[in-house]
Design a protein around this ligand. Sequence first.
Ligand code: SF4
Length: 301
Amino acid sequence: MNELKNKILALKKERNAFIMAHYYQSLEVQEIADAVGDSFALAKQAQNASQEIIIVCGVRFMAESAKILNPEKTVYQSNQGAGCPMADMITPEEVLELRGKYPEAAVVCYVNSSAAVKAVCDICCTSSSAEKVVRSLPNKQIVFVPDRNLGSYIAKMVPEKEVILFDGCCPIHDAVSEEDALKIIAENPGVKLLVHPECRVEVLAHADYIGSTAGILDYARKSDDKAFIIGTESGICEILSHELPEKAFLPLKSGFICADMKKTTLQDVLDCLEGKSAPVELPERERNAARASLERMVSVG
Ligand code: SF4
């Protein structure tokens, strides 16, 4: 294993490559990365990367975002078999159909979506910026795609808007039920529940904190509490347990794992560095239109 790591580190330097890993990647992949973060942080890192090669250890939409934001670079997705089931739930044709049905609405698209979908939306958002993005729009009607759970949460936070939801979700977060939440809360009285807004509204109703993966990490790091229930992918529990061994991190549900995020191996990363994988390519028109949606999000702050 060490031999593989050393090979990656040497070749990364030699080929002037920048390796980014999402928080949900395995710890061994995170260890060889130059940057670890959530999808928003990684997109910003990709935009500012000066290296010739960017390797994105994450799912397809993240590698696409890196290519959209820094098109001159050679961008690799570490494992091309890693898609995001939520991103795959919506097509550009379905967005265009919604546009036809709600001509007065602004179409807001969660970054967990394909480049082709971003290209036909007005503005992107992340879980941490969604509320601010929706508030920033002059339109009363908002079509929110593809995550109905995040969209429902935002609709509650911004009641002055009429939010029209698309029926997509993250199957990993959506699989947590209110019963799961009530059970673990009852078993661990007084322990705070930190939840990602991709979970269902009835689960969010029991949360002490609702936020992005970066927000959950931040909350757990800063809090004086000694134990937490973590309502997002188990990678966050792993990171926190590794970093803060004096605190306890309990997964909200067992098997809270995104299989696609775990597909990347060190060998995949080495294959990218050795030029054995195909780089990400996107049609220029799609790339430019998707970039406009992403840049509007960034300009909202
Ligand atoms: S955790 Fe959910 S939203 Fe994130 S990549 Fe996996 S399926 Fe997609």
